[in-house]
Design a protein around this ligand. Structure first.
Ligand SMILES: C=C(O[C@@H]1C=C(C(=O)O)C=C[C@H]1O)C(=O)O
Length: 382
């Protein structure tokens, strides 16, 4: 274990040298396998600046994968990096609202108009075509005041104990940070766990809330599609009841899905599972190919790594195995509530699920609420 302040100092130095690294902490509820210490902070610091790209998802290490799978997935291989661990103090869970209040600035009128138009077009396509749901997003650039990325990461960890929080740097991708509530795939031995997360409302001090039909339906589409893509690969499928899940200043509907892999753990099975799961209707839509086409043709910007996935592939990085690890666990998360940090700007990425009953103005407001997750932890330019 490394002392906490040394941990941050070492990643700062690594960043200054321009070498790839990732540091992350799982949510206090998650911690894949539970043998991990609560608040365990991990880092992989690549020894040099070589670029490792994933060929077929049989690789071992930490992956950073874009929304569009035709583009490159980057990898920090387990064997090419220094592992480092520290422990963050764990705070008890509370239902208290966020200490930091919402940042009250709104993006320009033009951005709002563009998003309203995009949503209207999505609703139109759903009413007239084969699409049932499409997730439409936008990016928002904000001026920041000399932010130190590692300091932003520390605020992220502090603020969002219930999220998978990360900072990733690679000369090819630049610097990304996020606090995502969504698991794409956890695999331990032959047991897999995933979730269907969709439907959004603002957190107003309680998780005991009612959900409208629109939100229930859009979340059900996600559950059904995930179960469908697993059906012939797993047995002992367990689907939990849908429940309300808090993510910072937001609430979502969540269903947990657990199953056993029919042929046990095999690297090539994981690769094909990822292929059929990603992107789920939580970030893309349904049917998948039509929704993806609609997004690529209409969103008008490159999602890049937003709504892609990231995490440990074929190896859980744990303090006990400083050398080679023989564990094959994977813990992958959907890259949501994230941003790319430049020297003077932060680019935020936010979206929401559109169905035939979507109201464009509410969908716009939903993206504004989601943008708060990152805005709250940034120091703004006056
Ligand atoms: C697309 C995002 O979030 C996803 C979409 C949601 C929705 O449509 O209600 C809720 C949770 C996430 O699955 C995002 O945060 O950008």
């Amino acid at each position: 274990m490394t002392d906490l302040s040394d941990f941050f100092e070492i990643i700062q130095q690594h960043y200054e040298r321009g070498l790839p690294f990732v540091a992350y902490r799982k949510s206090f509820d998650d911690r894949t396998g539970k043998e991990e210490q609560p608040g365990l902070l991990k880092a992989l610091l690549q020894h040099d600046d070589r670029v490792f790209r994933v060929r077929d998802f049989s690789e071992r290490g930490f992956v950073f994968s874009p929304f569009d799978q035709r583009k490159d997935t980057l990898l920090i291989p387990y064997t090419e990096s220094r592992k480092m661990f520290a422990v963050l103090p764990v705070k008890p869970k509370t239902d208290a609202p966020d200490k930091a209040s919402d940042i009250q600035d709104c993006p320009e009128q033009e951005a709002r108009e563009l998003h309203l138009q995009l949503v209207r077009k999505g609703v139109e396509a759903i009413r007239h075509g084969k699409l049932k749901k499409v997730v439409l997003s936008r990016t928002e650039e904000i001026r920041i005041d000399g932010e130190k990325p590692i300091a932003v990461f520390r605020r992220l960890l502090e603020h969002y104990p219930d999220a998978f929080c990360y900072i990733w740097y690679h000369p090819v991708t630049g610097l990304w940070l996020g606090a995502t509530p969504e698991t794409l795939l956890h695999i331990k031995g032959c047991v897999l766990h995933t979730m269907a997360l969709a439907g959004t409302q603002k957190f107003r001090g309680t998780t005991k809330v009612d959900w409208g039909e629109k939100e229930k339906q859009e979340q059900q589409v996600v559950t059904d599609a995930i179960v469908d893509s697993l059906r012939f690969r797993v047995n002992s499928l367990k689907i939990s009841a849908a429940e309300t899940h808090r993510a910072g200043n937001l609430l979502h509907i969540k269903t947990d899905i657990q199953a056993s892999l029919i042929d046990g753990y095999k690297k090539e099975n994981i690769a094909s599972l990822l292929n059929s799961l990603h992107p789920t209707p939580a970030v893309c839509g349904f049917p998948k190919e039509e929704a993806k086409r609609f997004i690529l043709e209409n969103e008008g910007y490159d999602r890049s790594f937003y709504s892609g996935f990231l995490g440990e592939l074929h190896t859980a990085i744990v303090p006990a195995t400083e050398g080679a690890s023989d564990n094959t666990d994977s813990a992958l998360y959907v890259n949501l509530r994230c941003m790319q940090l430049g020297a003077h700007t932060a680019s935020l990425y936010i979206g929401g699920g559109i169905t035939r009953d979507s109201d464009p103005k509410s969908e716009w407001e939903e993206t504004c609420h989601k943008a708060q997750t990152m805005k709250k932890i940034l120091l703004r330019k006056p």
